[in-house]
Design a protein around this ligand. Sequence first.
Ligand code: FPP
Length: 235
Amino acid sequence: MSIPDHVAIIMDGNGRWARERMMPRYYGHRAGVKALKQIVKYAGDIGIRMLTVYAFSTENWKRPAQEVKSLMQLMEQVFSVELDELAANGVRVRIIGDRGTVSPKQQRIWEIAEERTKDNDRLLLNVAFNYGGRMEIVSAARAIAEAVVLGRLKPQDITEELFTQYLYTKGLDDPDLIIRTGGELRISNFLLWQGAYSEWYFTDTLWPDFGIEEFEKALASFRQRERRFGGISDK
Ligand code: FPP
């Protein structure tokens, strides 16, 4: 196994990176976008087909209003100013997350970005925004329950495959590798269902410092893993 098909990233450490420079947190997030651009480009170059990044969690609303505002502005920038460059690089973007609780303006920005890049097939960039893994599972369960009540589904129709069709990630393969930067060793409500058999890679490197060399280290570690998906070793 050489290159993982689907890589997911928890981009942690922007705040600390800024603090080390005695700068406000948004400065770290801005540097985080720069790091992301470099990784997106490189991922496409080496043949990764899908990249999923955790940009804003359902819990991030608890941050100070100023920081939430700056994250929203950065997101809008990525999906407007940066969109031409993404599109020119053959990137297709998709948002995974709860669309119902963001502003109509943001919903529109996402729709336009998805529509404009829908024919690109070099790299699929899934941006997890207003995303929470538990919420995703609850909303799938709710939609399935409604279908049962309406007589469209029977309880015995509910299988893992069917459940997957009700998640934000419908149609995507599960991530092969999940990277978390910033030194914390936890999942933080990211891809709870989809990550069941993913390989994890943790690094202390703060996200704005996560460059190609660091990414290559994660990929080298992945190459050494023996994936068994609950089965036994064939060595
Ligand atoms: C975690 O660092 C990072 C985030 C909550 C936001 C990640 C967002 C970006 C890289 C930019 C936005 C990108 C898009 C595509 C819209 P932290 O703030 O928790 O850092 P800390 O743990 O050091 O405080």
